[in-house]
Design a protein around this ligand. Structure first.
Ligand code: GTP
Length: 324
């Protein structure tokens, strides 16, 4: 089986960090978000195709330098083609069925069970559904008693939402679906293609594991918390000489003697945290410096950000201005 990962979005809700770094390479719980997404794939996955666009060359370099445990190929778009257009552009040679993953969904999804659901029920595909309270930012599905999706409403107002079960960003499709997507122009898979697929049979697969769309700062930090709590951590270590909780994932080069770290903290290469400083529920990317006695809480600090001694940074995203 092959997997297609949509990874071409701008990540506007995570600016300014995403001016420099595509959101899928922001580390949470010790490794970039993308690698947590790839953890969902079965070990016998034949190939992963990354449908890239924004910052395509940064992503291609990163996967070359840090190869995931599957063969990976990047297919990039010159102009953003949307979710459907990205699938069409990168989908040549997909397996039947193939998996489609969003690159910012942090979840515990049983992918083999999704594939089995699709095989057993037939139709053209199966969509993993997660139950959420606020359905407004998502595609919402109404199922019949056989789990067939009867209606799919993208980003509904609360009174128009047919249920609380939303598109979890992990789907199994028959290869024929790709042929229904026009080539060479932007296409929204959710609004333009889904209505054509429903009459052919699309089934919902309800997932009860944790799920988070790590597209905003609050949700990204919540996704990190869920991963730590589930023990799905890239590098699970607290730097020597620091105190605090166990849920700290630090690069071996981090210096944090006398600092208090955690819970839920990722520290990138070369990070320095001064004496009596406190860092909790945060992501500090490579080269961040936190001065002595400073406090960082609920924040995402981009590469080389500096927090002066004694300063307090709360619920903030720090990053560089876009380059001219
Ligand atoms: P925001 O700008 O903050 O909304 O983030 P985003 O651009 O990632 O958008 P969104 O979270 O809605 O995208 C869902 C998934 O589709 C993500 O994995 C995106 O990377 C991906 N995606 C969005 N637009 C495109 C596109 O034009 N081409 C490709 N290949 N992928 C896309």
């Amino acid at each position: 089986m092959k997997a297609l990962v949509l990874i071409g979005g701008f990540g506007t809700r995570l600016r300014p960090i995403t001016y420099e770094i595509p959101k899928q390479l922001i580390p949470i719980a010790g490794k970039p978000m993308l690698y947590h997404v790839l953890d969902l794939l079965p070990p016998d996955t034949e190939e992963v195709v990354l449908a890239t666009g924004y910052k395509a060359e940064v992503i291609a370099r990163h996967v070359r330098e840090h190869p995931p445990p599957f063969p990976v190929r990047c297919v990039s778009e010159a102009e953003p083609l949307g979710t459907g257009g990205g699938m069409r552009n990168a989908g040549d040679g997909m397996s039947d069925p193939f998996l489609l993953l969003n690159s910012d969904v942090i979840a515990a999804i049983d992918v083999p069970a999704l594939l089995e659901h699709q095989r057993r029920l037939g139709g053209v595909g199966a969509m993993t559904l997660a139950e959420v309270e606020d359905t407004r930012p998502y595609g919402v599905a109404a199922l019949d008693p056989t789990d067939r999706i009867e209606r799919f409403v993208e980003k509904p107002t609360p009174d128009a939402a047919p249920s609380h079960w939303i598109n979890a960003g992990c789907q199994a499709w028959r290869a024929e679906v790709l042929e229904l997507i026009p080539r060479g122009r932007p296409v929204s898979f959710e609004t333009e293609i889904m209505p054509k697929l429903l009459p052919r049979g699309v089934y919902g697969y309800r997932s009860y594991g944790f799920w988070e769309d790590a597209g905003t700062p609050e949700r990204l930090l919540n996704a990190q918390r869920l991963l730590f709590d589930a023990g799905r951590v890239g590098a699970f270590r607290r730097p020597e000489g620091s105190t605090g909780s166990r849920s700290v994932a630090a690069d071996p080069s981090v210096r944090a003697t006398g600092a208090r770290l955690g819970p839920y903290v990722s520290l990138g290469a070369g990070v320095t945290v001064g004496r009596d400083a406190r860092v909790e529920n945060s992501v500090l990317m490579d080269g961040v410096v936190v001065g002595p006695g400073a406090v960082v809480s609920g924040s995402i600090l981009g590469p080389a950000a500096v927090v002066p001694a004694g300063a307090r940074v709360e619920r903030s995203v720090l990053g560089a201005e876009p380059r001219a």
